[in-house]
Design a protein around this ligand. Structure first.
Ligand code: GLC
Length: 614
């Protein structure tokens, strides 16, 4: 072998060793607590172990003292599960502290984990900073920003005492007719992998014992975004919770990526999906829940079921519980049937159908997280640190959300370089149902589970308020919902889009624009003025009917409470940088269309993945 080649090979080998070791997860291994846990396990009754494996929606607690008498491991507020005393920062914090104080009265005094869907800020609580939903964050391609958003979200969640956020959603939606498309960062597994890990780093902070950190939850494991159209759980639920029909290689290549990166980032809980893989419910699939997630990937934390997801496994609830717990589920998210769950699981153990080793593994994982979060440290109080309330919904937090809005905007069309607009225009006519409505602007999972139309559904700045604050004092802003009366204005701006929805209620057969929105754009055009369209949507919609009338089109996704981020782009304070995180189809005939499913087909969408005018 010629010396030069040998020399080259030696050099290459040396370089390989010089490569720094694979980045290790930021938080130390959760197994560090296993000796202490073994001690505690030996003192726990079967009832107390099963209690830890139970998470009850607080709305369904028959008696809050059940938290102590049943030694519940966790309580949650699912969608619309607000405090009885109303929706305010104080009421949420008092509710959390109230339940936690009861938990401390249990025989072993093990504190609860309290979970909420803080999926774009602490979005259940009035006055919280509401960030763009994940589809918009995907368009920023900005992992540092997503991490920062996670940090702020954790701070605002902890300001209410709550310590578990059911986020990030690392779905890789493949069919935008799915109602949860907007909860995904992208159709591209590489982008989901990167941003999912960034959100976990933000939420979980420097380590789970960080008082500003919350327990993150990678969801929904696995392939929730791969379900086939028509396999959803109901007549109108076309895709959601349906069946994924792909081979294992595809599952790993596309849908497992967000779990690899979030586990590496130290995520300490994972939520198995309602959906199925080739006919078998993920939440009862041992290969997924144990062989791959726990053994192959080395996940050391908690597998928390989705909301009553165990019920869907078998109409015989006890058999459903047996299948799910034996498959590897560690904690069940349940509502009114929580006593039944506890009784059935106890019987299953006594009948030898669920081995005690499985119970001990589940409780060990739950206690690992509680030790890691400092909840078992008697010197630390698990009650809310109300000093964090000072920054709840603060201008500083809102400025970060505003930056996220700026970076999420994608400029799709800009004829004659209409955008940026002049802030000195004599008159701008604003139109559209969504122009002055935080409900449209924030989308689902905002104060209400399904979101709710309305100008002021929480603290924030609508587009209409933002434009009035942005233009010069000589500029006249006029408004009509349908675009009429725009004659004489220098430019018309139509703010249109999807009404809010969440989960299966967003499944759609057709993604056409609302006819009223199309009419609004056409009315502006009839006034003989240039027309800008701003689109609020949880996914790409079919734009064909307005392409001739709109001189500029900005995709704003579901930007959240800080509408000024839109006017920053519209008036040129921030040059658009957003790039599509999903392929934008020309027609419904092309759907589903994405960068992963074009084998052999011509990829000819209206706008390609990654498109965005600068
Ligand atoms: C919902 C969603 C899940 C959420 C859970 C608790 O049905 O599927 O994303 O975290 O229930 O609200």
């Amino acid at each position: 072998m010629k010396p030069s080649r040998l020399f080259f090979l030696v050099l290459l080998a040396a370089a390989a060793f010089a490569v720094p070791p694979k980045s290790h997860s930021r938080s130390k291994s959760l197994t560090a607590y296993d000796d202490q846990i073994k001690q505690l396990l030996s003192r726990m009754t079967l009832d107390e172990k099963i209690g830890q494996m139970t998470q009850v929606d607080q709305h369904y607690l028959k008696d809050p003292n059940d938290i102590a008498t049943l030694a519940l491991g966790s309580v949650l507020s699912g969608g619309d599960s607000d405090p009885a005393d109303g929706n305010s920062l104080e009421a949420w914090t008092d509710m959390y502290d109230g339940y936690q104080k009861i938990a401390l009265k249990s025989r072993l005094g093990i504190p609860i984990l309290y979970g909420v869907d803080a999926v774009h800020g602490h979005n259940n609580v009035l006055g919280a900073t509401i960030f763009p939903h994940d589809i918009g964050l995907g368009c920023t391609r900005d992992a540092d920003l997503v991490e920062k958003i996670g940090q702020i979200t954790a701070q605002e969640v902890r300001a209410t005492g709550i310590n578990w956020a059911f986020a990030p959603c690392v779905a890789v939606p493949q069919d935008i007719r799915w109602g949860r498309t907007y909860e995904g960062f992208s159709e591209d597994p590489k982008l989901v992998k990167e941003l999912g890990a960034a959100e976990v780093r933000g939420l979980q902070g420097t380590g789970l014992d960080d008082p500003d950190a919350v327990l993150a939850c990678a969801k929904h494991y696995v392939g929730d975004g791969a379900t086939v159209y028509g396999t959803g759980t109901g007549p109108n639920h076309l895709l959601d919770q349906g069946d994924m029909r792909i081979d294992e290689a595809t599952l790993r290549k596309i849908h497992l990526q967000g779990y690899l990166s979030t586990i590496d980032a130290g995520v300490a809980s994972v939520m198995p999906s309602y959906s199925s893989w080739n006919g078998l419910k993920d939440s009862a699939n041992k290969k997924l829940l144990t062989d791959i997630l726990k053994q192959e990937l080395g996940f050391e934390g908690i597998e928390i079921s989705d909301y009553n997801a165990i019920d869907q496994i078998n109409k015989d609830y006890k058999q459903a519980i047996e299948a799910s717990i034996n498959a590897g589920m560690d904690m069940a998210m349940v509502t009114g049937q929580y006593r039944q769950y506890i009784q059935d699981l106890k019987e299953l153990v006594q009948e030898g159908k669920v081995p005690m080793s499985r119970i001990d593994d589940a409780v060990t994982r739950i206690l690992r997280v509680k030790y890691a979060m400092g909840l078992m440290d008697k010197k630390r109080s698990p009650l809310a640190d109300r000093s964090l309330q000072a920054t709840f919904g603060s201008p500083e937090h809102r400025n970060v959300a505003r930056q996220a809005v700026r970076e999420s905007m994608v400029l799709l069309v800009n004829k004659h370089k209409l955008v940026p607009l002049s802030r000195d225009a004599a008159r701008i006519h604003v139109a559209g149902a969504a122009a002055d409505d935080l409900g449209y602007q924030c989308g689902g999972w905002t104060i209400d589970w399904q979101g709710k139309l309305g100008r002021v559904t929480t603290g924030g700045t609508t587009f209409f308020a933002a434009i009035q604050q942005t233009v010069s004092k000589n500029t006249k802003i006029t408004y009509s919902k349908d675009g009429s009366g725009a004659e004489g204005a220098e430019v018309g701006v139509a703010v249109i889009g999807e009404k809010p929805y969440a989960e299966m209620f967003g499944d759609r057969k057709d993604l056409s624009l609302d006819p009223a929105d199309i009419a609004t754009v056409k009315n502006l055009k009839k006034a003989g003025i240039p027309v800008v369209v701003i689109l609020y949507s949880g996914r790409p919609l079919i734009l064909d009917p307005i392409l001739n009338d709109a001189d500029a089109i900005l995709a704003a996704w579901l930007p959240g409470s800080e509408g000024e981020g839109i006017t920053d782009v519209l008036f040129g304070d921030y040059a658009p940088t957003g790039k599509l995180s999903f392929t934008w189809p020309r027609t419904m005939a092309q759907v589903p269309i994405n960068i992963n499913n074009q084998k052999g087909k011509k990829y000819d969408p209206l706008f390609k993945y990654g498109y965005g005018l600068k």
